[in-house]
Design a protein around this ligand. Sequence first.
Ligand SMILES: [Fe+2]
Length: 239
Amino acid sequence: MLMPQMTRRGMLQFAGAGAAALAVTPLDRLLAQAPAGPFTLPKLPYDYDALEPNIDKETMMIHHDKHHQAYVDNLNKAVAGTDLEKKSIEEILRNIDKAPEKIRQAVINNGGGHANHTLFWEIMGPKGGGMPAGNLAKAIEKDLKGFENFKKDLSQAGITRFGSGWAWLVVGKDGVLNVYSTANQDNPLMKGDTPILGLDVWEHAYYLKYKNVRPKYVEAWWNTINWNNVAARYEKAKK
Ligand SMILES: [Fe+2]
């Protein structure tokens, strides 16, 4: 029996003596010998094609397996041999000023990339879309002038972000919801806010299907949102 979060490397080690019975390729051997880093690529919580037609399968494969993996690999390289190896990515980003100056920008870029994408996969889902309910819906009404206004503001934040970046719904230190965008892979944790919903507007997130038409991608992305996950993040951030 395999643990749900077990990595490929872990699976190979776990297989132990039984591995002889499996078809182990040269690539598997290389992966098993690769140095272990503290950060690993989380498994996509649904199939690559689960967000079709809003986000296409090929984009999801490249985005998750190549782009996110690269952020994880480069983060592991950046923190190797430092105290950051023992910390969670949330703790690192919340205290980014304490990261050694020599590696700080690499940690912002790749640690942000790892945290942002981990959130991104989870706040989407195959039965996404619709509207939030409960406390989150009430807070959107109170803090952001209602769902339609919030949707317009977050969409605009993403569409107008120059170059690469993210649009966010965050819970501030005062518990109030806010919407804004950040450049590159900067994460709201770096300024004390807790992100509960994030929209990736890097071209790698949409270019294969939507080409240069970012607004069409943003419009379709709303159909993928797993509001239960966002609401759970809201409740946790409020504690
Ligand atoms: Fe991305």
